[in-house]
Design a protein around this ligand. Sequence first.
Ligand code: HEC
Ligand code: HEC
Ligand code: HEC
Ligand code: HEC
Ligand code: HEC
Ligand code: HEC
Ligand code: HEC
Length: 264
Amino acid sequence: MITKKHWTRNTVIFGGIALWGLLLISCVTVNRAVLAPPNVAGAKFVGTKECVECHRDQVDHFASSTHAKLALADASVGDTGCEACHGAGSIHVKSGGAKGTIVNPRTSPEACFACHLEKRGEFSLPNTHPVLAGKVTCVDCHDVHAGDAIKGNGAAMESQNETCTKCHSAQKGPFVYEHGAMKEGCVACHSPHGSVNAKMLVARDANLCLRCHLEAPTATGMINANAVRHTPEDHATRLMQGTCWSAGCHEAPHGSNANNHVRR
Ligand code: HEC
Ligand code: HEC
Ligand code: HEC
Ligand code: HEC
Ligand code: HEC
Ligand code: HEC
Ligand code: HEC
């Protein structure tokens, strides 16, 4: 299988859209991502079937993955699902897996940006996960080879939160007084990629909380717009001193061990 050949330094260049022009894109009903696999200089697409021999693990589970459903197909070699992220594989296959012959997106998010253009922007916002700095990678939060690309999607929200709490153990709990919001997931309050707001919050002021607490007040004390003005607590005055969580009140937005109003 392995033909011995000597390749001159194969530089891997990202973002080549030209090669992709050769491919038939059988699924064009996508609107958020463009289709442009990373470019491997001089290489041709060989198709997923060529990867089986050496990477059975990845190939075996791939059918269940979000990206397999893109059903990218090349007229002559068939399904090229693996190469959509790893770049054309002919040189890699012929060399029996020599170093530097294929793209590994773990080492750089560029392979993902090739299609998810807008994500580069999100990771350039003032407050982001340090993905561009190489300290966190897309695959820390996304499954690429099997199942739903967004970890925990479709399953219990706890499992999506686990993606976050494996690094952020302080927010894991359990807390004596859980904040009900945690059931909606970390993304109820945080933009996981990045945000203009500090701590990657989806809103920088009381609106963060009022998105849920604007509902009718309940026996358990959900506040609403009226409640902000009319509960025994003078919310309006307090809000002049800061946000719900920084004005000396609800300083434990993730849950508290001391107080049932998410206070420390
Ligand atoms: C959505 C993009 C994407 C697709 C499609 C994809 N991969 Fe990957 N692949 C990645 C990323 C990201 C990594 C790095 C994962 C990590 O380090 O956890 C990776 C890593 C690998 C590795 C290195 C594993 C290791 O342990 O170092 C192999 C081998 C691999 N992929 C093969 C495949 C094969 C074969 C297919 C098709 C069946 C495929 N990939 C499809 C994104 C993708
Ligand atoms: C003849 C065997 C062989 C075939 C066929 C093969 N690979 Fe590999 N691949 C390897 C070897 C060997 C490595 C190096 C493993 C290591 O470094 O531990 C590797 C590594 C990789 C890596 C990780 C590279 C890195 O820099 O971390 C990726 C991604 C990958 N292969 C994808 C593919 C894809 C996609 C295909 C199909 C187009 C494919 N391979 C076909 C043998 C093969
Ligand atoms: C060849 C183009 C291509 C590449 C490369 C690519 N993606 Fe995708 N990805 C898509 C398309 C198309 C979709 C489905 C359309 C959509 O929802 O935007 C998708 C879907 C996703 C989703 C799920 C979206 C949802 O709503 O369920 C995630 C997460 C994702 N990609 C992450 C990645 C990561 C991480 C990488 C790099 C390892 C990557 N993608 C590389 C094209 C690509
Ligand atoms: C810190 C964890 C984390 C990192 C790192 C991360 N993501 Fe995500 N990503 C998420 C979560 C969580 C969601 C689901 C968001 C939701 O449900 O609102 C998501 C959603 C997505 C989606 C689909 C929805 C959308 O926003 O378009 C795509 C595509 C995506 N991510 C791509 C990427 C790419 C590409 C990278 C790397 C450059 C990356 N992500 C890095 C956590 C992360
Ligand atoms: C692989 C580990 C890892 C994972 C997984 C992860 N994070 Fe992070 N997170 C980090 C790192 C590293 C930072 C940057 C810390 C710093 O700059 O001091 C960070 C920063 C943050 C911050 C800002 C903290 C601050 O003090 O400004 C928030 C909020 C956050 N992450 C939420 C999340 C959420 C929500 C998820 C799940 C969608 C998640 N993280 C998944 C590693 C991770
Ligand atoms: C109800 C909204 C809400 C939810 C849900 C939420 N957070 Fe937060 N988070 C906040 C607020 C508000 C801050 C800012 C606290 C501050 O500045 O003192 C914050 C701050 C953080 C920080 C920075 C550290 C700190 O204490 O300042 C991290 C890390 C973090 N959150 C992770 C997570 C993780 C992981 C999850 C899911 C398990 C999550 N958050 C769910 C509202 C929320
Ligand atoms: C995703 C929706 C959501 C968001 C966003 C949210 N909460 Fe909550 N909050 C809840 C739920 C659900 C409960 C539980 C209510 C119940 O038990 O009836 C709750 C309960 C509370 C309680 C306890 C009320 C009581 O006495 O039972 C306080 C205080 C509170 N939240 C404050 C906040 C603050 C401050 C913020 C912003 C940092 C916030 N919440 C953001 C959903 C949310």
